[in-house]
Design a protein. Structure first.
Length: 109
Protein backbone atom coordinates (compact mmCIF):
# COMPACT_ATOMS: atom_id res chain seq x y z
CA UNK A 1 0.00 0.00 0.00
CA UNK A 2 2.92 2.36 0.75
CA UNK A 3 6.45 2.42 -0.60
CA UNK A 4 9.43 3.75 1.35
CA UNK A 5 11.00 6.60 -0.64
CA UNK A 6 13.19 9.63 -0.23
CA UNK A 7 11.07 12.77 -0.62
CA UNK A 8 12.46 16.19 -1.56
CA UNK A 9 9.98 19.07 -1.87
CA UNK A 10 10.72 22.24 -3.87
CA UNK A 11 8.52 25.34 -4.06
CA UNK A 12 7.30 25.59 -7.66
CA UNK A 13 7.20 29.38 -7.97
CA UNK A 14 10.91 29.71 -7.13
CA UNK A 15 12.20 27.35 -9.83
CA UNK A 16 11.73 26.30 -13.44
CA UNK A 17 9.82 23.00 -13.38
CA UNK A 18 11.58 21.58 -16.45
CA UNK A 19 14.99 22.43 -15.03
CA UNK A 20 14.15 20.74 -11.71
CA UNK A 21 12.96 17.64 -13.55
CA UNK A 22 16.11 17.49 -15.65
CA UNK A 23 18.43 18.02 -12.66
CA UNK A 24 16.60 15.45 -10.54
CA UNK A 25 16.52 12.75 -13.19
CA UNK A 26 20.19 13.31 -14.07
CA UNK A 27 21.04 12.98 -10.36
CA UNK A 28 19.27 9.60 -10.26
CA UNK A 29 15.82 10.43 -8.86
CA UNK A 30 13.09 7.84 -9.42
CA UNK A 31 10.29 10.29 -10.18
CA UNK A 32 9.37 14.00 -10.24
CA UNK A 33 5.74 14.93 -9.51
CA UNK A 34 4.08 18.36 -9.63
CA UNK A 35 1.54 18.71 -6.82
CA UNK A 36 -0.15 22.11 -6.52
CA UNK A 37 2.42 24.70 -5.44
CA UNK A 38 5.26 22.21 -4.99
CA UNK A 39 7.38 19.78 -6.94
CA UNK A 40 8.06 16.44 -5.26
CA UNK A 41 11.23 14.53 -6.09
CA UNK A 42 11.09 10.83 -5.18
CA UNK A 43 14.32 8.89 -4.66
CA UNK A 44 15.47 5.46 -3.60
CA UNK A 45 16.09 5.70 0.17
CA UNK A 46 19.66 4.45 -0.25
CA UNK A 47 20.38 7.27 -2.75
CA UNK A 48 18.54 10.01 -0.83
CA UNK A 49 21.55 11.80 0.73
CA UNK A 50 23.64 11.69 -2.44
CA UNK A 51 20.82 13.06 -4.62
CA UNK A 52 19.89 15.71 -2.04
CA UNK A 53 23.50 16.92 -1.86
CA UNK A 54 23.86 16.96 -5.65
CA UNK A 55 20.65 18.99 -6.07
CA UNK A 56 21.66 21.43 -3.31
CA UNK A 57 24.99 21.96 -5.08
CA UNK A 58 23.00 22.71 -8.25
CA UNK A 59 21.23 25.50 -6.33
CA UNK A 60 17.92 23.94 -5.29
CA UNK A 61 16.44 24.84 -1.91
CA UNK A 62 14.03 22.38 -0.31
CA UNK A 63 10.87 23.04 1.66
CA UNK A 64 11.20 19.51 3.02
CA UNK A 65 13.57 16.58 2.76
CA UNK A 66 12.91 13.21 4.40
CA UNK A 67 12.59 9.48 4.01
CA UNK A 68 8.84 8.87 3.90
CA UNK A 69 6.16 6.41 2.83
CA UNK A 70 4.51 7.30 -0.49
CA UNK A 71 1.13 5.70 -1.33
CA UNK A 72 1.22 3.32 -4.28
CA UNK A 73 -2.35 4.32 -5.11
CA UNK A 74 -4.75 6.95 -3.83
CA UNK A 75 -8.44 7.08 -3.01
CA UNK A 76 -10.54 10.10 -4.02
CA UNK A 77 -12.90 11.37 -1.34
CA UNK A 78 -15.24 14.33 -0.98
CA UNK A 79 -14.46 17.39 1.17
CA UNK A 80 -16.68 16.24 4.07
CA UNK A 81 -14.95 12.87 4.35
CA UNK A 82 -11.58 14.62 3.88
CA UNK A 83 -12.24 16.87 6.86
CA UNK A 84 -13.11 13.83 9.01
CA UNK A 85 -9.93 12.03 7.95
CA UNK A 86 -7.81 15.11 8.66
CA UNK A 87 -9.36 15.36 12.14
CA UNK A 88 -8.58 11.69 12.76
CA UNK A 89 -4.99 12.15 11.58
CA UNK A 90 -4.60 15.16 13.89
CA UNK A 91 -5.87 13.11 16.85
CA UNK A 92 -3.54 10.21 16.03
CA UNK A 93 -0.52 12.51 15.71
CA UNK A 94 -1.20 13.91 19.19
CA UNK A 95 -0.65 10.47 20.77
CA UNK A 96 2.79 10.06 22.32
CA UNK A 97 3.11 6.51 20.98
CA UNK A 98 2.51 7.58 17.37
CA UNK A 99 5.55 8.78 15.44
CA UNK A 100 4.13 9.25 11.92
CA UNK A 101 0.73 8.93 10.22
CA UNK A 102 0.44 8.23 6.48
CA UNK A 103 -2.69 8.34 4.35
CA UNK A 104 -3.53 7.60 0.74
CA UNK A 105 -6.51 9.92 0.22
CA UNK A 106 -7.00 12.81 -2.19
CA UNK A 107 -9.69 15.36 -1.47
CA UNK A 108 -11.73 16.15 -4.57
CA UNK A 109 -13.27 19.61 -4.85
Amino acid sequence: MFERKGLLVVERKKVDEDEVMLLALEAGADDVVSEGDVIEIHTDPSEFNRIKTELEEAGLEFLGAEISFIPENTVSIDADAGEKIENLVDLLEELDEVQEVYTNHEIMA
